[in-house]
Design a protein around this ligand. Structure first.
Ligand code: 2PG
Length: 282
């Protein structure tokens, strides 16, 4: 452990997060932690199922891995497993800013959820909820066990429904359909934040994220078949000159692994730790 690291979360003033050079911004993607239907191996799709206690642990662990990465705005889906994961992960963040869900669905919701203190607002992170980031809708497979469905409908058919780009589960969404809404949302809402220098965290789902990764990594319909995302593992992208540069691995990235990739981030973290040491020696 780097000297002073244990003090970061308790001593760092919540408004002391360093500002980074504007030449790059950061995108963190996390698939939610294990849900109660992941545990039972059921097709979940848009059914709104919470995390298991393992999922809670995964969310907290994900938060630890990204605790020293800058985050200015968070995007979640409309589903509780994504929301629980984001909130739990943010309890670990060094900035200790308060994540606050933005309610702009009606004029009244906007007014009633207004923060009037500028100081307090500066110590919060806006959390934006978007149904477009939801899991793909699995149609008439929702609620069925994956193994039993494979026995009933055939392994190959179920694999196609689950992993191919264009096969559509009965009355559900293909990955292509999911991509149309998720990637459109990403391009219209999230990318402008990154190009304006904001650092973004997105907590979403296996297939909405697979579709976003298709866009970021320029994967084709064949390549995406093999893309599997683990629950609760953060992935980092550097956004520089309108390009996305992938860092970290969907199979597991350590915090040090993530930092190893950009000088700017390493400097950011070092500044945070130095500030804590200064506070300690005062
Ligand atoms: O059931 C689901 O909603 C998804 C994610 O858990 O399953 P799959 O991995 O089969 O796309």
């Amino acid at each position: 452990m780097i000297r002073g690291e244990q003090y970061v979360s308790t001593l760092l003033p919540s408004n002391s997060c360093y500002h980074l050079s504007k030449t790059e911004s950061y995108l963190i993607l996390i698939r939610h932690g294990e849900s109660m239907w992941n545990e039972k191996n059921l097709f979940t799709g848009c059914v709104d199922v919470p995390l298991t206690s393992k999922g809670v642990d995964e969310a907290i662990e994900a938060g630890k891995r990204i605790r020293h990465l800058p985050i200015d705005v968070v995007y979640i889906s409309a589903l509780i497993r994504s929301q629980m994961t984001a909130m739990l992960a943010l309890t670990e963040h060094h900035c200790k800013k308060v994540p606050i869900i933005v309610h702009d669905e009606t004029e009244q919701a906007k007014v009633w959820s207004q923060i009037y203190s500028e100081g307090t607002e500066m110590q919060s992170v806006p959390v934006i909820k978007a149904w477009q980031l939801n899991e793909r809708m699995y149609g008439e497979l929702q609620g069925f066990n994956k193994l039993e469905t494979a026995e009933r409908c055939g392994k190959e058919q179920v694999y196609k429904w689950r992993r191919s780009y264009d096969a559509r589960p009965p009355n559900g969404e293909s990955l292509e359909m999911c991509l149309r809404r998720a990637v459109t949302y990403f391009k219209e809402q999230i990318e402008p934040q990154l190009s304006s220098g904001k650092n973004v965290m997105v907590v979403a789902h296996a297939n909405s994220l697979r579709s976003i990764l298709m866009y970021l990594d320029k994967l084709n319909a064949e390549e995406v078949i093999h893309l599997e995302l683990s629950t609760g593992v953060p992935m980092l992208y550097i956004y520089r000159e309108n390009q996305f540069i992938r860092r970290g691995s969907p199979l597991g990235s350590t915090e040090d692994g993530v930092y190893a990739y950009t000088e700017n981030l390493a400097l950011y973290k070092q500044n945070l730790l130095d500030e804590v040491l200064d506070e300690v020696s005062l």
